[in-house]
Design a protein around this ligand. Structure first.
Ligand SMILES: [Cu+2]
Length: 147
């Protein structure tokens, strides 16, 4: 009896080691340090910052970002031209294999545009990153107060 039970358990454990050992057990794209701000009173846009990590052996291209809480989400990049800070929209963003992309104030950022409902600090929002032709990374966070 004991042997009969032990054999399948050993087999399962062995398979688990194989799966985790091949380096593809986790998602290829993850996000850390997610901060999304509630729009300032009277404004219909806001920003979100985070770091995206490509854990895979291939390039990952983010083709579209969306949120059920906002009409539009755009990837922007701030740059200083002739002492004036300008933002330009990036229509896609590619992360080379094993690299990260930081979204920070004054650099790349997400513009959260036109809230669907009234959005106060503390409300949860979802960000959906569509990449490589159909894969989706879903990130949840709570809106913070803009300082
Ligand atoms: Cu912007």
């Amino acid at each position: 009896m004991t042997l009969l039970f032990r054999k399948p358990m050993l087999l399962v454990w062995y398979l688990a080691v194989l799966v985790s050992g091949c380096g593809e057990s986790g998602p290829p794209l993850t996000a850390t340090g997610v901060v999304a701000f509630a729009p300032l009173p009277g404004r219909d846009f806001s920003a979100a910052y985070l770091t995206l990590h490509n854990h895979s052996q291939e390039a990952i291209t983010i083709q579209h970002v969306s949120s059920p809480e906002f009409a539009k989400v755009e990837i922007h990049e701030s740059m200083t031209v002739d002492d004036v800070i300008r933002m330009r929209r990036l229509h896609s963003l590619t992360l080379d294999a094993g690299t990260s992309a930081q979204f920070v104030s004054g650099g790349k950022h997400l513009m959260l545009i036109e809230p669907v409902n009234e959005l106060a600090p503390g409300k949860s929002v979802t960000l959906e990153f569509e990449y490589n032709g159909g894969a989706i990374l879903i990130v949840n966070t709570q809106l913070k107060t803009r300082m």
